[in-house]
Design a protein around this ligand. Sequence first.
Ligand code: CP
Length: 307
Amino acid sequence: MGKSLLSTEDLDAAEVSSILDRAAWHKLQLTGPPADRLQPLRGRLVANLFFEPSTRTRVSFEIAAKRLGAEVVNWSSAGTSAEKGETTLDSAKTIAAMGPDVIVIRHPSAGEPRRVAAQLPCPVLNAGDGTHQHPSQALLDALTLREAFGELRGRTLAIVGDIAHSRVARSNLFCLPKLGVKLRLCGPPSLLPSGIETLAPAGMAMATPVLADALREVDAVMLLRIQKERQGEVLFAKDGEYSRVYGLNERTIEWLPADAFILHPGPFNPGVEITPELATSRRSLILKQVENGVPIRMALLERAVAA
Ligand code: CP
């Protein structure tokens, strides 16, 4: 069976670099005439199973599969037997019985794609599971930073926001240090789990609740969305309070080096974690991240079906 990808923790540095290199190759190929493009997944079937909303991830997995020549079926839990009480595993086994070559799963519960993958006959790609992992996002972030800097080793990225509920932060913690990138994790103490930096190798990550300290002399900053849907209680008074202390705006941008880039996995709350002006400024790589989602997912689909 081909290779599932359930967590960036499962990849070593060589595998991460190989996925980025293959994605860069696909990206170059996509700039050429359609007739010249290779379609290594022609005749294959990719099933997208989304138990949680998504725009970027779902659409880019679909586009990636189609660019590779595969057929695609899109399933989302709304309007299906999941609403009648069918379990995640039974829904996944039902789709698997129809013969897809790869299943892509997004789920609100941490660990569910891994649990399901153990019982399916085909590889599974984790498209985001609760607060746990979003491996294809971390890989597209790495590709975006590599394009911006050329060489990643020795660079520093600040990740600011709701670290506690962020699968993006967790995926990047296990991915970027493997490429030599140091991380600074920053957010309100209520959203910054004690000891989170120890998930990265020693010396590769630090945590601080002080935004000015997080932004000082970094090469890039990634803002995270405040995930109200995952917060069981109100962890700070209101959006205005968060934005004043942790938002990237015309005042706090002064702490960021003038040549540092701005990233956000999206979707973003305009005016909360970042102002619309900065999100669309020349320093923003947000749409590059979206663009790079397609070649990264092409590389992952291709890897999944490889013998
Ligand atoms: N970044 C990300 O996962 O976005 P979607 O929820 O739109 O897929």
